[in-house]
Design a protein around this ligand. Structure first.
Ligand code: HEC
Length: 109
């Protein structure tokens, strides 16, 4: 039972990683360096939501996690959570993203 749960989870993580990889590819192909992201909501929707709105990662909206905590996770990653470098999400965008997630309402399901 626990084995099959692990497999299912692994597949979802793999699918999410593949989706994120494709998103990264299209973003780096078309975006200009200086305005890569329109705003923090776009970053959340195009990156974080692939895992955090579908149950691959824990829900992070509406939990009043502190911006510092959120930013540390994004920069360093941990276990199944990938790290995103400043080349991908710059410091200013990360700061706004962390505040956005911190203050957001829980997702409607
Ligand atoms: C490929 C999937 C994936 C993506 C993309 C992703 N995360 Fe995660 N994240 C995870 C997983 C899985 C965990 C749980 C890590 C663990 O315990 O193994 C996690 C954990 C976290 C945590 C800690 C949650 C807690 O309960 O303490 C935060 C905060 C977080 N992620 C923020 C983000 C943000 C912000 C983004 C967008 C920039 C993002 N993540 C993108 C998979 C992802």
């Amino acid at each position: 039972m626990s084995l099959s749960m692990t497999c299912r989870c692994g597949k979802r993580i793999f699918a999410a990683c593949a989706a994120v990889f494709l998103a990264l590819l299209s973003v780096s192909a078309f975006a200009k360096e200086d305005d890569k992201w329109r705003n923090e909501e776009e970053v959340y929707a195009k990156i974080c939501a692939y895992c955090h709105d579908v149950g691959v990662g824990p829900v992070i909206k509406g939990r009043q996690l502190t911006p510092t905590y959120i930013a540390a996770w994004v920069r360093h990653g941990w276990k199944a959570m990938p790290a995103f470098s400043a080349a991908f999400i710059d410091d200013k965008t990360l700061q706004r993203l962390a505040e956005y997630v911190s203050q957001s309402a829980p997702p409607q399901q």
